[in-house]
Design a protein around this ligand. Structure first.
Ligand SMILES: Nc1ncnc2c1ncn2[C@@H]1O[C@H](COP(=O)(O)OP(=O)(O)OP(=O)(O)O)[C@@H](O)[C@H]1O
Ligand SMILES: [Mg+2]
Length: 215
């Protein structure tokens, strides 16, 4: 399966979620490749740290840029069980190209108005892409939501987002947890950094289940 982490907004957690999902998928014995289409090369840098520290499971990564991403992904699909594509935080050639081949596009967003404003444009883009890639499932999810129970931004955002009928809303909400920063710096996933009973690990595992087994 080709899972794209995308969106038109920067800093929403695409690379964080791509790397975390890749580790979980690989830990279930799947041969996973990260395709990094972002010139910041964040996902690739995370893979290099992992490689340098001999952390297993090994996660391979390649950098791919330009309109050829679509065909490159098509070729790579037969060589791996799953491909996780990390795209940059804007409407780019790479985002559009990857959307034409992906099976699932996950659009993480923070529950802020600035993030929400990008969704009507994204919804229009999805309408265009689906003309070509009919099977594409595009899912929105709230990442880095407040852990303060009195802050209702995530629920309010979910209500607004449910009005876009060509976009699905994932049930899982990943909350803001500082441990994600440490995991990223060490080339780890949150499930490797913290014990299984941590809330952050639980949320990522729930997200993984929802993406790979439920949608
Ligand atoms: N659930 C979370 N809790 C706390 N911090 C988070 C969470 N998700 C992401 N972050 C942090 O937010 C910052 C941005 O995350 P990340 O780099 O994954 O976003 P991105 O969408 O890939 O950004 P870009 O658009 O620049 O590629 C990082 O410092 C990351 O550690
Ligand atoms: Mg990124």
């Amino acid at each position: 399966m080709i899972v794209l982490l995308g969106g038109e907004k920067g800093g929403t957690g695409k690379t964080t979620l791509a790397t975390n999902l890749a580790v979980l998928r690989a830990s279930f014995g799947k041969d996973v490749l990260i395709v990094d289409t972002d010139r910041q090369e964040s996902a690739s840098s995370w893979c290099y740290v992992r490689e340098a520290d001999n952390i297993t499971p090994r996660i391979s990564s390649v950098l791919k840029f330009g309109a050829g991403v679509r065909n490159e992904l098509r070729e790579l699909k037969s060589k791996y069980d799953d491909i996780i594509v990390d795209s940059g935080g804007r409407d780019s050639v790479e985002l559009r190209s990857a959307m034409l081949t992906a099976d699932v596009a996950i659009i993480p967003m923070r529950a802020t108005q600035f993030d929400l404003w990008t969704i009507s444009r994204l919804s229009k883009l999805v309408d265009e892409v689906i003309q070509v890639n009919e099977g594409l499932r595009v899912c929105l999810m709230i990442n880095a939501a407040s852990t303060n129970p009195s802050v209702k931004e995530a629920e309010e955002a979910e209500e607004y987002l449910s009005t876009f009928t060509n976009l699905r809303m994932l049930k899982t909400i990943v909350k803001e947890r500082i441990a994600f920063h440490k995991a990223a710096a060490e080339g780890l996933s949150i499930t490797e950094l913290v014990p299984n009973d941590s809330k952050a690990a639980d949320e990522i595992t729930q997200l993984y289940e929802e993406i790979f087994n439920e949608i």
